[in-house]
Design a protein around this ligand. Structure first.
Ligand SMILES: [Zn+2]
Length: 293
């Protein structure tokens, strides 16, 4: 089970709007709050080695993101009396798409939103050229963010307060660059950096601790990182996911989002024996170091 993005805003909302209200008003307001919290419940389903298939349930409907496998999703939906109403795909890799066909067999006619997936035999609605899309079951539009770098077709999906970023941004790290250029990946991460800081971040893999260990090797005097490591170990030891993260936290602990920080630039310069002073060059050197970590 994940944390909810609505908590703080609802709390302050209650304080502001219930001054002088009757008990009945408060009860009615609490009911409205409960409904709006239940509007969006986001749960990770484990798959393959480290994948998370994020599942958003709204009433009896579920939106499934990057189903690399199907059986555990079908089981989860059955256990919670949910129907699969939408499938969202961030990119074409098999660990993010391998379960789509089986899910469609089980839930025929479910729309699949993503990049063009015809080469995989998946009839997806190609949203790569769209800025915003309306998805059934959601009150607000989803923002489509092209985030190439890990793959060329990679999309991130932003629903106000929630970012589903596949293999572009990980907690304390970022995806490997397989198809795009470092410049593209750097630009994609910068797009994400500009989202509201309280955005909940839902990456596609549980590799946070490994990323933290790498981050420590170049940002070892960062108290936020040290604290995050402790918290992450605690969560993982309790068999809980380390995710979702928040963008605010990532800006404090993720070296790939901190390439303008001079102490990180200095450390990288020493490690690669070259004077590195721009955020892009820092990012390129960081990514290379992580590839061999
Ligand atoms: Zn991938």
């Amino acid at each position: 089970m994940t944390r909810y993005g609505f908590k703080i805003s609802i709390k302050s909302c209650i304080h502001q709007s219930l001054r002088g209200s009757t008990k009945r008003d408060i009860l009615r307001f609490a009911l409205i709050c409960t409904i709006s919290i239940s509007v969006m419940k986001v749960v990770p389903i484990r798959a393959l080695n480290t994948n998370y298939i994020w599942t958003i349930s709204t009433d009896q409907q579920a939106t499934v993101i990057d189903p690399g496998e199907a059986s555990q999703v079908i089981q989860y939906l059955a256990d919670h009396r949910l129907k699969c109403s939408n499938i969202i795909i961030t990119h074409h890799h098999p660990d993010h798409t391998g379960g789509v066909r089986a899910l469609l067999e089980h839930f025929p006619h479910t729309p699949v939103y993503g990049p063009d997936l015809t080469h995989l035999g998946i009839d997806a609605i190609d949203v790569s050229k769209e800025k915003n899309i309306q998805i059934k079951g959601f009150a607000k539009p989803w923002q489509i963010m092209p985030t190439p770098g890990h793959t060329l077709d990679h999309l991130s999906f932003y629903y106000p307060g929630h970012l589903f970023c596949g293999d572009t941004l990980f907690s304390a790290g970022c995806g490997r660059i397989f198809e795009g250029t470092p410049e593209q990946m750097f630009h994609s991460l910068n797009l994400i950096k500009n989202l509201p800081p309280d955005t909940l971040v839902y990456p596609g893999h549980e590799i946070t601790l490994n990323n933290i260990r790498f981050a420590e090797s170049i940002d070892n005097n960062n108290p936020d990182l040290a604290h995050y490591k402790k918290e992450t170990i605690k969560r993982l030891n309790q068999d809980q996911p380390s995710l979702p993260s928040t963008l605010d936290l990532e800006l404090k602990v993720n070296p790939f989002l901190r390439t303008e920080v001079s102490t990180i630039q200095d450390k990288i310069s020493k490690q690669v024996s070259t004077d590195i002073s721009t955020p892009l060059d820092t990012f390129i050197a960081l990514r290379k170091l992580k590839d061999n970590f």
